[in-house]
Design a protein around this ligand. Sequence first.
Ligand code: 9WN
Length: 446
Amino acid sequence: MTADADPARTGGPGDVAGLRRLAVDTLDANWEHDHTVPSRTLYPHQWSWDSAFIAIGLAQVRPERAWRELASLFRAQWADGRVPHIVFNPAMRVGAYFPGPEMWRSADAQGAPTVATSGLVQPPVHALAAWLAYRRAPGPAGLDALRRLYPALVAQQRYLADRRDVAGDGLVCIVHPWESGLDNSPAWDEPMGAVGADAAVMRAYRRHDTTHADAAHRPTDLDYARYLAIVTAYRDHGYSDRDLADAHPFLVECPLFNAAFGAAEHALAEIATLVDADPGPHRVRAARVTEALLRRLYDPSTGTFQPRDLRTDRLVGARTVLGLTPLILPDLPARHADALVVEARSARFGVDRRMDQPLPTYDRTAPDFEPLRYWRGPSWLNIGWLIRRGLLAHGHPELAAGLRRSMIGLVVGAGCHEYFHPDTGAGLGSPAFSWTAALLLDLLAE
Ligand code: 9WN
């Protein structure tokens, strides 16, 4: 197959109808009474940003489920507005996922819902997802769903703006690498290096992930020891965001999280006009987020965005795909968008009209690039999907088309895997991963 042939239109297993069927079957198999599990084996509960991506795909084929997916997630919203990154299914056996409800102990925290959840959040892509789901499935049922979701989406943003602006600079701070969604990205190596923990503590626990996936494709035991140390610190602080700057071991401003935070305000402005609310304040807030991102996370010396470690007040050096994601902001100035496109097209990320290799999550020329290990190199569809949107928003339809073909080609070659080898495209992680299926449906519909 040539690099510019559309892999979905060349016959064989990659034909559009066959791909759509594969995606729908994957989503149907992962549907669980009121939500979709990311994977039956690795992630058998509900995850926050997964549900958002999943709703975008479901809107095309099972619109009623798309709204139920978001509604069930937001039923677990805390009183302070936070949307938990995991909602535990009480019907699952103890030990089905680590760390499970017994580690998080959300019932002991103020303002937690009755269902057990984690106390962390994930990138707020939900308003964008709700808006895009409505565009795929407009009509009275969708409008009702948007009306019900709108106040919850506003409360989610208010939580992030009011409680998580630790530096007081207009940006949201994440308190755990799991909040970024890119758990073991090299972006977190510097801040994680300061978290005191010993891999040996993991002897006391049973990791669930490495019984279902190759340990070489997952975060290390030292990563997990640190993840648990940070969870314990936050939990023992009652999951309160007061005085985080004094003692919390991990405080970082992430470009992707904040780009999603800004994109949410743009999406809320669109939703507001549909539900008879005022879009004005959302537009004002969206502009402020873009301005803060440029001021605090843009590095003119590299022409890309870098996370800021609030414990040292320094930008992280690693060049990861996180830095490209502010492209999703429609109001990013042309000069900065152009710089990101240069970075995207460089040998580090290889975005092109005809892509020879999939988009990696980390600079593929870096000496510590790891093609197999989770977010340290492999290609993920949600990231490509976001960057493709950004390329379209900033006037690069040919690059966007190249990226789209490359992403569809991954599924044609390997199925709805969780992630893909960034050189060969081989499937890695879960073989039946929900957001891969959902976003494939979205790409096929374009
Ligand atoms: C921890 C569910 C989630 C995704 C994350 C991905 C992975 C969990 C894990 O799976 O994280 O939250 O156990 O590794 O990194 O982005 O939401 O698919």
